[in-house]
Design a protein around this ligand. Structure first.
Ligand code: FES
Length: 158
C-alpha cells in the first residue's frame, strides 16, 4: 500500500484535472505539479499514488518526471530559487549574483536552508533574456537583478 494519500482537497483537484483530458496519462504533468506544489517533493510513494490514478506503472511516472527539472525527489524549500546561468545572464553577471545569493542564504547551490525556507538551484534559460540577469522564485520571475534587488526580494518573502 502506498504511504502517500491524497488529501480530500487534492482528491477533488485530481478528479477535476483528470476529467479535462481524453486520456488519463495526459494528466501526468498537472498531477506531478500538484504534488510538487503541495508537498514540495514527489516521493516514491507519491509516484505510486499518481500511477494508480492514471492507470500506469510507477516506473512510467518516474520516467516522465525525471525529464523535468521542476519536480524533486528530495524535499525543497518553501521558496525554490532558480537562478539562470545561460548566456545572456552570464554576460550580465549572474555568477557574482548567484554567489551573493548563496552567501546571503548561507548555503551552496543545490542546498536548502536549515529552516526549509529557501532552496537554491541553477537553471538554464528562463526565457526572459531581455531582462537578464534573471531568477525565478516559485512562480514569479525577477529580472534586471542586482545584489540590492535580490536582497529586497528575498527579505520580502515570509
Ligand atoms: S539566458 Fe537567462 S533568461 Fe535567457
Amino acid at each position: 500500500m502506498s504511504g502517500f494519500i491524497f488529501s480530500e482537497k487534492q482528491e477533488k483537484e485530481v478528479a477535476r484535472i483528470i476529467a479535462k483530458y481524453p486520456f488519463k496519462k495526459s494528466a501526468m504533468l498537472p498531477l506531478l505539479t500538484l504534488v510538487q506544489r503541495d508537498e514540495r517533493v514527489v516521493s516514491p510513494d507519491a509516484m505510486v499514488a499518481i500511477s494508480k490514478k492514471l492507470d500506469c506503472s510507477p516506473a512510467y511516472v518516474q520516467s516522465v518526471m525525471s525529464f523535468y527539472t521542476m519536480y524533486h525527489t528530495e524535499k525543497v524549500g518553501k521558496y525554490m530559487i532558480l537562478f539562470c546561468i545561460n548566456i545572456s545572464c552570464q554576460l550580465n553577471g549572474c555568477d557574482k549574483l548567484l554567489e551573493h545569493t548563496a552567501k546571503k542564504l548561507g548555503i551552496k547551490v543545490g542546498e536548502t536552508t536549515g529552516d526549509e525556507k529557501f532552496t537554491l538551484h541553477r537553471e538554464e534559460c528562463l526565457a526572459d533574456c531581455t531582462r537578464a540577469p534573471m531568477m525565478r522564485v516559485n512562480d514569479t520571475y525577477y529580472g534586471d537583478l542586482t545584489e540590492q534587488r535580490i536582497d529586497q526580494v528575498l527579505d520580502s518573502l515570509d
